[in-house]
Design a protein around this ligand. Structure first.
Ligand code: C2O
Ligand code: CU
Length: 491
């Protein structure tokens, strides 16, 4: 393991391309017109103000590949992956309007929101029914790059593209000349643009069902113009349900500056394994006009070019490039000497767990749920956390919490992967410190999602300081949907 120390500095804030200074441009117009992906390969950006933003979840035809017809995507607003830009500790006010034919919710992945705003149907709120709305209000405590997505029928809803990005800035940063969000997502579509099944038994029982079309920002290998000689910040978000990429940059030396939004002391990027829902931020100096600069995935035998940067103009800077560290995260240090430790085995399972004591649940607003029509798991159970699978639909109650912590207690969890598949494990409501890993070398860092490689043991710790009922699950959505999900309580 490489050890990384955090060093403070100023935080990045940039007017990247395509900033829209309106609050409600998203989600107004309905209709049959096909929506092109973002212009110039960049995503539309919305700077949040006091009035907030309306996010209408609705079906929109989306043109993805050049030879495919429109794909019936489900988007927040009119374009794939809207980017909301907020400021740390200032209020975010986002109203979800459900224009779908089924219920939904928004989970703010990685943001340490209060429990009632966490967007988990039947656990933190009732699902938002078609035609209904729900206002999410919170003040994000941490700066960084986050994503938001539904937490019900996620296999289909995320599979159809329902996701957005939340960037939380903290102060100004003059180091970067450009700031680019790059959202990785594969689409499971046929030649005519229609969707293939989102869940397959073969996929769900193995590494998941991979998409047939790889995109960045909703485009197949987009070309993104960047100024020559500029200091560039790349915010990579893996919004795919399945694929783990091994991210690299060709044409410039890049440094990793943040993981899941949390600053790390910059280290040179060789390649970085980016699993579903994980984020990594890179800093690099663009080369000279016309020179090659590309984002690649080294995971396959042949590297795959994910995006090309078109380097233009006279060099912006000529000094030596040395990436500055971002402001370190302000997270409570785990008290390992007095931690409550638990080992959680990640395993395959053949039989559904028989829960003796299914607990009725009380939502944060005090509402008590006795009968559930669905626990948002649609299919069979194939996977387990600590020998327990999330129950199939039709169960009337939640399973008991897998873990319980007293507020302020340090939780220390060792994930033990007994399977031949990788599992990106995610906890809600808390950021944790990745303390050790037996296979994939990583610096000690803060994260909200961590890859647990086949047969690997990964140790994490965090201060359980956010009261409520929080999910813990694999972010390969077919694994989550077939049992690899649990919840823990902080009280
Ligand atoms: Cu990104 Cu429980 O989710
Ligand atoms: Cu998994």
């Amino acid at each position: 393991m490489v050890r990384t120390a955090f060093a403070p500095t100023r935080r990045a804030l940039l007017a990247g391309g395509g900033t829209i200074l309106a609050t409600s441009l998203l989600g107004c117009s309905r209709g049959a017109t096909s929506v092109p992906a973002a212009a110039g390969g960049r995503l539309p950006e919305i700077r949040l103000d006091d009035q907030g933003v309306t996010l209408e979840a609705a079906e929109r035809p989306l043109i993805l590949g050049t030879d495919s017809g429109p794909t019936p995507a489900w988007l927040y607003g009119n374009a794939a992956f809207p980017v909301l830009r907020a400021r740390a500790r200032q209020s975010v006010n986002a109203t979800l309007v459900n224009g779908l034919k089924e219920h939904t919710s928004i989970h703010w992945h990685g943001v340490r929101v209060e429990n009632a705003m966490d967007g988990v149907p039947y656990v933190t709120q009732m699902p938002v029914q078609p035609g209904e709305r729900f206002s999410y209000r919170f003040a994000p405590p941490d700066s960084g790059t986050f994503l938001f997505h539904p937490h019900c029928n996620t296999v289909e809803q995320l599979g159809r593209g329902l996701a957005g990005i939340l960037i939380v800035d903290d102060g100004e940063n003059t180091f970067f000349d450009d700031d680019i969000v790059l959202v990785l997502k594969d689409w499971r579509i046929a030649k005519d643009g229609s969707f293939l099944p989102f869940l397959t038994v073969e996929g769900a029982g193995r590494s998941g069902s991979f998409g047939t079309l790889r995109t960045v920002n909703g485009r197949v290998s987009p070309e993104i113009a960047v100024p020559a000689g500029a200091n560039i910040r790349l915010r990579l978000v893996n919004a795919d349900s399945t694929r783990v990429s091994d991210i690299g940059v060709e044409g410039a030396a890049a440094s990793v500056i943040a993981i899941d939004g949390n600053a790390v002391s910059p280290f040179r990027l060789e390649s970085w394994r980016l699993g579903p829902a994980m984020r990594v931020e890179l800093a690099l100096r663009a080369p000279r006009h016309g020179e090659k600069l590309a984002l690649v995935d080294y995971f396959a035998a042949e590297p795959v070019t994910l995006a090309n940067f078109v380097v233009q103009g006279t060099p912006k800077r000529s000094d030596e490039f040395a990436p500055v560290a971002l402001t370190p995260p302000n997270l409570p240090e785990p008290d390992l000497a007095n931690a409550k430790s638990r080992q959680l085995r990640l395993s395959a399972t053949a039989v559904a767990t028989d829960y003796a004591d299914l607990a009725p649940i009380v939502l944060p607003d005090g509402k008590r749920i006795d009968l559930l029509d669905s626990l948002c798991s649609t299919s069979r159970t194939l996977w387990a956390v600590d020998g327990k699978t999330w129950p199939q639909s039709g169960h009337e109650h939640l399973p008991p919490p897998l873990l319980e912590f007293a507020r302020g207690e340090t939780a220390r969890i060792e994930f033990v992967n007994t399977t031949p598949h990788v599992h990106p494990m995610h906890l809600h409501g808390h950021s944790f410190k990745v303390l050790s890993a037996t296979k994939l070398a990583r610096p000690i860092h803060w994260a909200d999602t961590v890859l647990v490689m086949p047969e690997e043991r990964v140790e994490i710790a965090f201060v359980a300081d956010n009261p409520g009922n929080w999910m813990l699950h694999c972010h390969i959505i077919e694994h989550q949907d077939t049992g690899m999900m649990a919840w823990f309580r902080v009280a």
